[in-house]
Design a protein around this ligand. Sequence first.
Ligand code: MIC
Ligand code: SF4
Length: 851
Amino acid sequence: MVFDLDMITALYKQMPSRIAKARKVVNKPLTLSEKILFAHLHEDQKVEVFGRGKSYVNFSPDRVAMQDATAQMALLQFMSAGIPKVRVPSTVHCDHLILAKDGAKKDLADSISASGEVFTFLESVSNKFGIGFWRPGAGIIHQVVLENYGFPGGMMIGTDSHTVNAGGLGMLAIGVGGADAVDVMAGMPWELKWPKLIGIKLTGTLNGWTSSKDVILKVAGILTVKGGTGAIVEYFGPGAQTLSCTGKGTICNMGAEIGATTSTFGYDEKMAQYLRGTGRKEVADLADKVKDHLTGDPEVYAEPEKYFDEVYEINLSELEPHVNGPFTPDRAIPLSKFADEVRKNGWPQQLEVGLIGSCTNSSYEDITRSASLAQQAVDKKLQAKAEFTITPGSETVRYTVERDGYLSIFEKMGGVVLANACGPCIGQWSRHTNDPNRANSIITSFNRNFAKRNDGNPNTHAFVASPEITTAFAIAGDLTYNPITDTLINNDGNSVKLDEPKGHEFPPKGFDVKDPGYLAPAKDGSKVQVNIAENSNRLQALSPFAPWDGNNLTNMRLLIKAKGKCTTDHISMAGPWLRFRGHLDNIANNTLTGAMNYYNEKTDSVKNQLTGEYGPVPATQRAYKAAGTNTIVVGDHNYGEGSSREHAAMQPRHLGIRAILVKSFARIHETNLKKQGMLALTFANESDYDKIQEDDSIDIADLTSFAPEKQLTLVLRHKDGSADTIKVNHTYNAGQIEWFKAGSALNLMAKQIVTAAKGLAKPSAKKAVKTAVKAPAKKKSAKKKVVAKKAVAKKLVKKKSAKKVVAKKAAAKKGAKKVAPKKAAKKAVKKVVTKKANAKKVVKKAAKKKK
Ligand code: MIC
Ligand code: SF4
């Protein structure tokens, strides 16, 4: 089935004129990222020269994807917005709530019985509101999106940070919190700070043991976990066109680990092949017709330093396989140096488990290349020394690789095939171990390796590598082994060497699947019932957060000053807690339990200033809340890195924490905090972090004059009677300050809808509705069953008369493919530019000032 053809046709029809208009305004050649951004400006957004990293801009994304663990909260919010049907194509995918224990069949059945209530809820909400539903077992959201919905030049958002995977098909696909998804599903404009642009030029071709994964492992090493913050990474150059479409997906997917807003590649033959290979010939044909608009202008790629804020170059021919970790995805180690690092750092040398698959690496190419190694292990009589698991990304991939005999090869090697789901990647791994705290090593082809992520054990050293390298290590069972140079002793006592992996980009017999696991929603969902059992401990209807009372915040107590890394996994752990993702009060009991207290270097142990006693973070916070005491959380750099889970913002809000003050934020988390009506603040002077003391009582002295680009003042009253006054920055614009005042963005939206409905007679109300609710793409009569006010609000919105698209071919730009690599790359990676240093500095300064 080909989805969205009408939508794609309409977008491609408008693209040339939109890009031409933008080109006229900005008066320079355009990168691919800019073309897609400009082509998706919201209809009320004026085209202008936007400040990179500065301007807030409104967009109209083409579609929304949500996974089960985040969809629950997103849909609970959508339900309370009072809108009868989603306004843009949207889907829900059941993948995170599926266990990894005994193998696909049993695990899937057990998960469906354990989380049946949630799956039924998601299915019925989807059915009611016009959302496509992918059942448990259908696959991991990003692989399913790539196979079915991704298309070159499109813009989508998804309630998962790895939504960025669809950049492999030339999209701008961006991870967001559920509240952002609600905006888009409600037809409202979606706001994003105009991103900075990082260009990565790829030359050469991959060979031998190196794969696409190594490109992003290398990039993560260069840019670190926060180097991509606020930026789109655009890959180009002759090397890019040699990478398979799914390989490009892998690179974009793990771009989440450098904090990038998203990553993308220009449309090329590999993408066209993938579209055709996955049954979307029509989309490829459409894309071919506008292909010049689906890649950057040739001038940009010829002199990238002029158009990107930063440019790097990677020569694929010289790139080595990498292994990243442990505990952070940006500790990039070339394979040739890995054994030394293992010994030098005293990491457990024995490899206990190798895990391949996940949304990042489960393409046909990945599986067949890894299987070629597994086959060698069987043929060369090598007994795999480590446990080995395989997680296919989708039922289509699983069915096809099983048909082609690859799964049985893994099984012969001793591998266990898990369900098509996130499983071990998100801590749904029931690992067979006798000591849950034992130091040990595992290696995965996933993307994240924060402490405790996979199995809950803080001493599991998790390394990230390509599926090929993971498989080879699993065979050897030893982290000091280098498959490129070393031999292994087989069952006969002979020393044997693994040959380079070989695989197929596409199944020679084509993809096939019996039941892909898709359920289309009802045409008219108005009669569909959505039930939430009153005593459910999995689902809880939301109550609106209280609006701001208009006063300064005084006498706030410090709940925790977090030391070092504080990812969303530290703020709201996954694993066993995933089961409470639809129940805010229950999941709040894990709030910040993974964060390290600066003062005693312990997790989940903070001082209750009212009693002087130390206790768990959630219980302490509940005690403050009960006493009517406001609190603040202080953190380090890149606070909230990692996932898109808005629970990490909603839980603190629910528990009564008022402000989060850190050295810097990860993008999605900062937005999530704002959307939920929290104060997200950063130190104007980073060293002021040191001034915060455990027993402080803290005021925000000038919150009553909260305004864009205006610092706030904090007074820190210390226990000894002394005080410090510090300045803090924020990035709230006027609209976002309204979210804070209303208590949350959702409160504001609900208020706008009601106001608009009430003020029917007044023409001024029209404007409010227009911002609050956009007309659906196709006119649909508001059916009788819809509550009167909603119907009224909907009717108010008249679709703007479709402007005729002037089919002026925007200055035909040929030869985008002809980017000639002028200088032969000497090093594998070279930072080519920072000539724009001056310009960059200005932007940085301005951005700083703004905070
Ligand atoms: C992840 O990889 O961390 C997750 C689990 O997919 C999250 C979403 C979630 O927490 O539900 C993400 O990446 O956004
Ligand atoms: Fe699922 Fe892991 Fe991918 Fe997140 S990174 S979507 S948990 S497979």
